[in-house]
Design a protein around this ligand. Sequence first.
Ligand code: NAD
Length: 421
Amino acid sequence: MSRSIYSGPVFEMARQQFVRVADHLQIHEMDRDRLLYPKRAIAVSCPIHRDDGRTEVFQGYRVQHHLTLGPTKGGTRFAPSVDIGEVAALAIWMSWKCALAGLPYGGAKGGITVDPYKLSPRELEALSRRYMQEMIPFVGPHTDVMAPDMGTNEQVMAWFMDTYSMYQGQTVNEIVTGKPISAGGTLGRREATGRGVAYLVGRALEHLGIPAGDATAIIQGFGNVGSIAAYSLAERGVKIIGVSDHTAAYYDPAALDVAELKGHITRCGQLAGFSSQSLIEPSELLVQKCDILVPAAIERVITGENATHLKCRILAEGANGPTTPEADSILHERGDEIFVLPDILCNAGGVIVSYFEWVQDLQRLFWEEAEVFDRLYRILERSFQQTITRARRERIPHRMAAMAIGVNVVQSAKRTRGLFP
Ligand code: NAD
């Protein structure tokens, strides 16, 4: 396909990554478009009444990448950057991620182009409900299941679930995941992505022979993924020496106090104002010396410009798409210097526990927290082993190995089923 509606920097990144893997797997040209281009894309207008009496229309999207393995699954992002290309790229990455973890889903993603921090709670509720209402014809517990992502949270998922349910005339918990427990959520979902990141970092440290108690970490993004990754790493004995969010970045080689950071976030809702002593330029934070670097905010922050200057031993991608293909090439040239935990492996804890939530909702049978994490770590362990084994055997980077496993799964299902899904 030479032209598509998805053109843009984030989609181009997902496309380039796919082409590299397709070349490695020698996938026939004829089969590539079917694997890469989304099955469906939906664009909707969401009008709401603002608090000042104006009516404003926001643009919303949902992209369903493939229907070959089951329903589609993926988060909903509220951010100013959201466009159809970004959403499509995130849906494609979800497909490879679900396939690597062995989940019976295709990838999806959705979002609204909006700065959620500039909406009042009433406006946020109106916009969330309106988005779900517009999506009702296209989603369903066996069609497409939403979840949280950047700028959305448990409360937004509860509004989605309630709006869908009221249109059906009955409660349909299984329409979204990442809900509060009181609305049919599962124990462990809130912590799943961050704790999954910490589990895999622990495995990478063991692999490299670095004791967790001697290791230091820098974390970009202090939302759901970044903050929980920070607490979980600190629990394992890792010293947190740098953190940032969209308002400020802090760095202290002697260690930042995670409990104090947590208290500040609870009080102020953002990192700005935490301390004047350890402030650092946000762009400088990523290139400070540390053992573990966790990008857990936005895409394309490890680039051709800064990849040469990274001074970490482990790059643990909590965010989706933090590393550009140019940076990937540089990291590969640096050989064994940096152990990469690629996004589709590293942050898979979120979708894995979302899958558990969907299964529990469908069965109306809820698990203990210990069972959730035991099952989560078993799946992450299997994916970690498969990825490093394949990378070693085929002498390819971890990202290519993880993607190759995912692409192979989707490709073989498409081959078996035929052209429709
Ligand atoms: P969130 O909205 O809870 O937090 C995002 C954080 O990033 C906030 O602290 C925000 O201030 C910060 N941020 C935004 N722009 C920044 C910038 N330019 N520099 C530094 N910090 C910045 O979102 P989240 O759910 O934690 O998601 C973060 C990333 O993890 C996204 O890439 C998302 O797709 C990915 N992810 C999330 C989940 C999940 O379960 N929530 C699962 C898998 C992957």
